[in-house]
Design a binder for this molecule. Structure first.
Ligand SMILES: Cc1cc2nc3c(=O)[nH]c(=O)nc-3n(C[C@H](O)[C@H](O)[C@H](O)COP(=O)(O)O)c2cc1C
Length: 187
């Protein structure tokens, strides 16, 4: 079956918003991708799922590099603009600059990076896999840095800011759980 965008089921997933920067046939560009995932520690790999019709898809296929800028909690407008039009028609970098958003040149690859993001990671294409209706670009992280800002969360088609930290149960309850786990250890 399909699980389309906007369905109740797909809206249950909690994702982050990668501001994916690229440079290629469509010039410097930025798009929003909620399907941005850290998928390996060593080497550090980040996977971004990009629709086949996107300017970003063409850019990454050609240049084999991309920037992952995880939108911070206060970057929802950047996420909406980056996801609201295509770099085939609109110079989104110019739009964002005019709105006061700052970019810097990546150190290891020829793309722009978004200032003030929760995480900036410069990636070299490691593998590309066609997965259903998207192209999964897996990038090897060449250099990365995190800020102390929390990433924005995306769920049910809306942006969210982290709220309360869910506390662990008290020590007695943790001990009871540990005993039950031990009781069911496979011989
Ligand atoms: C919050 C948000 C998350 C999105 N996530 C994705 C995604 O994971 N993959 C994707 O292909 N498109 C996603 N989109 C849609 C693209 O960002 C949108 O189609 C954009 O115009 C593509 O830009 P480009 O053609 O310049 O690459 C998302 C849009 C928004 C607003």
């Amino acid at each position: 079956m399909d699980m389309p965008w906007g369905s109740a089921e797909s809206g249950k997933f909690v994702t982050n918003v990668g501001l994916i920067t690229s440079n290629g046939p469509y010039g410097h560009n930025v798009m929003s991708a909620e399907w941005t995932h850290h998928v390996s520690y060593s080497p550090g790999l980040v996977m971004v799922n990009v629709g086949f019709d996107k300017a970003t898809e063409a850019n990454i296929k050609k240049s084999a590099v991309f920037g992952v800028n995880l939108a911070a909690f206060d970057q929802n407008i950047i996420a909406s603009i980056s996801g609201g039009s295509t770099g085939k028609e609109i110079d989104k970098i110019a739009v964002l600059k005019e709105l006061g958003v700052e970019f810097y040149k990546a150190k290891k690859i020829n793309v722009l990076m978004v200032k003030g993001a929760a995480l900036n990671a410069e990636c070299k294409l490691f593998q590309a896999i066609k997965l259903g209706d998207h192209h999964a670009f897996i990038g090897e992280v060449l250099t990365a840095s995190a800020t102390d800002k929390q990433p924005i969360a995306y769920s049910d088609g809306k942006y969210w800011k982290f709220g309360e930290h869910v506390m662990k149960p008290p020590p007695e309850e943790l001990e009871r759980i540990r005993e039950i786990v031990e009781k069911h250890r496979k011989k």
